[in-house]
Design a protein around this ligand. Structure first.
Ligand code: NDP
Length: 491
């Protein structure tokens, strides 16, 4: 048997006894100088960090992104050139549940990816749905409050959820997906991922296109009904963790096909939908998905806390050849995600091993908690910029092409004006089989149990506007009169 290492303090001092506290006589009391006892208690008190405000419950693994197609006419990103293989981390999550929540719950799933490229980290922080509940980040905190616990009852409130959704018609698209089969996948492997936002790509000639990212499951879509999920949760609250961890341990490595939709820059104003509106998809008929490659998850983390809980994903992390768009929700997340990590993990969270870039980093940020790493500026005397000591400098080769923006006056424009929030939820409803529609109505009914009837009527009216059969089916399932849906309630 291998020789066991000697137990030490964190300062490396050998420990003689790790079983018995230091006491004045066998019955005590304890002595204050028992530093190692105090150290153990103090560490135990500090073993938890703030959980994420949203997406607290997660499951993750490591793997590789492999590019099989030539998309150099759209992007110069090195990680997206044909033949490139890039190490990556994926973290999937529910949105509303806290850290100890059950996995098999009806909820949108986070689909966060970090690619460790030679130009620094590229994070794509998406969901398992291509759209979102709100299009203006001003409403994001309000929306999340409805998903979390009621301040008085400390329970989740279906009334708050449906009140907010029924007062926010732009949510109908995402609500339709959430209440459909795809709202409750059986594992992280059996769902798609979507970058959701519109991003941009820039090629070697510095030309820009708009782009949507799609990750299509190669395991197939599989879903639970609510009844099946209750059975699962009754027996196993960690079913997603077990499925993902177990598959990778067995060598059954899950894969997702990477596709992009590409829109010429000048087309942005051409469509009935705003391509930067997070509540809309780009119809496949307008912009067919293009195959780019795949990613595979092939390694479980050695330590869940270090590699998954401490992982910090942010859409602020982009690499040359990939960038942002005028999507308001994306712009808010560029600030908000990095800020959440500064609060949750600390100022220098990007130096934690799981978040650290795997390429040289040269930044001038200075001190603060956990400043344990050496100067990164290229020279210790160069701790400001500009300097005369060969410190790191900017490089104009990475400049993006200028982005045209509206010349209209700054104002708080009503984001609902001129927006058709019903057509795409209707398109989705019309794709559903009779059985899928029945399950959709059942899922609505389960989720709306106990909600005041006025709120239910308001939601039915939205569904009716998306498709009369959608409104009528839901009204019938909720036991509401036909008059409501033949003359939809104004919102
Ligand atoms: P298409 O018929 O070309 O695409 C329909 C897509 O719907 C499918 O490819 C599939 O997406 C997706 N889908 C099927 N069932 C569900 C479900 N229960 N929940 C969510 N998505 C589902 O038509 P369009 O492109 O015109 O889109 C029609 C509607 O399909 C949209 O309004 C939108 O609601 C939905 N959709 C569209 C996507 C897009 O990017 N165009 C992506 C996802 C959904 P996938 O191939 O991604 O699995």
């Amino acid at each position: 048997m291998a020789k066991k290492p000697i137990l030490t303090t964190t300062a490396g001092n050998p420990i003689a006894d790790n079983q018995n506290s230091l006491t004045a006589g066998p019955r005590g009391p304890l002595l204050l100088q028992d530093y190692q006892l105090i150290e153990k208690l103090a560490h135990q008190n500090r073993e938890r960090i703030p959980e994420r405000t949203v997406h607290a419950k997660g499951w993750g693994a490591l793997g590789d992104l492999v590019i099989t197609a030539d998309i150099s006419k759209y992007t110069k990103a090195k990680a997206l050139q044909k033949g490139a293989r890039t190490s990556m981390l994926a973290r999937f999550s529910t949105v509303a549940g806290e850290l100890g929540a059950a996995d098999a719950e009806r909820d949108v799933r986070g689909f966060a990816l970090k690619f460790y490229t030679e130009d620094g980290n590229w994070d794509l922080v998406g969901n398992n749905t291509p759209v979102f509940f709100v299009r203006d980040p001003y409403k994001f905190a309000d929306f999340i409050h409805t998903q979390k616990r009621h301040p008085r009852t400390n329970m989740r409130s279906p009334t708050a959820m449906w009140d907010f959704w029924s007062l926010s018609p732009e949510s109908l698209h995402q609500v339709t997906i959430l209440m459909s089969d795809r709202g409750l996948p059986i594992s992280p492997m059996h769902m798609n991922g979507y970058g959701s936002h519109t991003y941009s790509m820039v090629n070697a000639r510095n030309e820009r296109v708009w782009v949507k990212f799609h990750f299509k499951t190669e395991q197939g879509h599989r879903h639970y009904t609510n009844a099946e999920a209750s059975e699962v949760v009754g027996k196993n609250r960690e079913s997603f963790q077990e499925a993902l961890f177990g598959a990778i341990e067995k060598g059954k490595f899950p894969r997702w096909k990477l596709q992009i939709q590409v829109m010429p820059e000048k087309n942005a104003g051409k469509h009935w939908y705003n391509p930067f509106d997070l509540t809309k998809v780009w119809p496949h008929g307008d912009y067919p998905p293009i195959d780019v490659g795949y990613f595979e998850l092939n390694k479980n983390p050695e330590n869940y806390f270090q590699e998954i809980e401490l992982a910090a994903f942010s859409p602020s992390n982009v690499v040359p050849g990939i960038s942002w768009s005028p999507d308001k929700m994306l712009q808010a997340r560029i600030f908000s995600y990095a800020d959440a990590h500064r609060y949750r993990l600390g100022t220098h969270y990007e130096h934690l091993p799981v978040n650290a870039a795997r390429c040289p980093v040269h930044a001038y940020h200075k001190d603060g908690p956990m400043r344990f790493f050496p100067a990164e500026t290229g020279n210790v005397d160069a701790y400001y910029e500009p300097n005369s000591f060969n410190g790191a400098v900017q490089d104009e080769r990475y400049k993006e092409p200028p982005m045209e923006i509206s010349s209209e006056a700054a104002d708080r424009y009503n984001h609902r004006d001129g927006n058709d929030d019903y057509r795409q939820p209707g398109d989705l409803f019309r794709l559903m089989s009779r059985e899928s529609r029945e399950r959709l109505f059942n899922n609505y009914a389960d989720a709306m149990a106990g909600v005041p009837v006025e709120i239910i009527k308001r939601q039915v009216a939205h569904c009716y506007k998306a498709d009369p059969a959608y409104g009528e089916g839901l009204a019938a399932r909720m036991g509401l009169s036909a008059r409501i849906h033949s003359s939809p309630v104004a919102v």
